[in-house]
Write a protein that binds this ligand. Structure first.
Ligand code: SF4
Ligand code: SF4
Length: 196
């Protein structure tokens, strides 16, 4: 074999040293444990999801996008942020695919990669939930709602819903705390505050 040209040498260097990009479904599986390749599009997850009408892609369509390696479409979609992690889909999937965990992984990937978030104010809401958990060890709905309104404005939007919830005692005025709240606060210091 003749001596390689500089261009060929560079190509050989890539062949020898570089690793081919990992398929997207492998990346998501590593983060979530979800065996996305097993999906055969029965649509049970999409048909059973209680929030599907607010989504731009049904859960089974998100799975399909992942199978096709359509990274940008998936990470920018609304669906991954509308999902509340109720696990209805995961419990109904005949192939045992943990779709809720998959959505979780996709949200993290979207934040890490700095893509435009599909539901613009949703990060503010997530932060308020985390603040409440850090402070009380459990979510206090009223402070989450007030914190979210403080960040995003629109104080009078949904006020009727809030009043109905108060009347039906679905909103506690004061938060209750778990006993070991200090341990939870320490966890937040290690794993959330440090990463910011
Ligand atoms: S329920 Fe499971 S197998 Fe059926 S479409 Fe959804 S992910 Fe795929
Ligand atoms: S976990 Fe998410 S995608 Fe699955 S049913 Fe619940 S809201 Fe829908």
């Amino acid at each position: 074999m003749s001596a390689p040209s500089p261009q060929q040498a560079a190509t050989l260097e890539v062949i020898e040293t570089a690793r081919p990009p990992r398929p997207l479904i492998e990346e998501v599986k590593e983060r979530s444990g979800a065996e996305i390749s097993r999906c055969y599009q029965c649509r049970a997850c999409g048909n059973g999801c209680p929030f599907v009408t607010a989504m731009d892609y049904t859960p089974n369509q998100v799975v399909r996008l992942l199978q096709f390696g359509m990274r940008e479409e998936v990470l920018k979609c609304k669906t991954i942020w509308v999902c509340v992690g109720c696990h209805t889909c995961s419990s109904q999937c005949p192939m045992g695919i943990d779709i809720a965990a998959m959505m979780d992984a996709l949200r993290l990937m979207a934040v890490e990669e700095g893509v435009a978030i599909g539901k613009p104010n949703i990060i503010d809401f997530h932060e308020e939930v985390l603040k409440s958990l850090e402070k009380n060890g459990r979510a206090h709905k009223l402070s989450i709602m007030l914190g979210y309104k403080r960040q995003t404005g629109g104080w009078f939007k949904d006020v009727d819903v809030g009043l109905k919830m108060l009347a039906k005692r679905k909103l506690e005025l004061f938060p209750s705390r778990v006993k070991a709240v200090g341990e939870i606060t320490d966890l937040f210091k290690c794993y959330w505050r440090e990463s910011k």
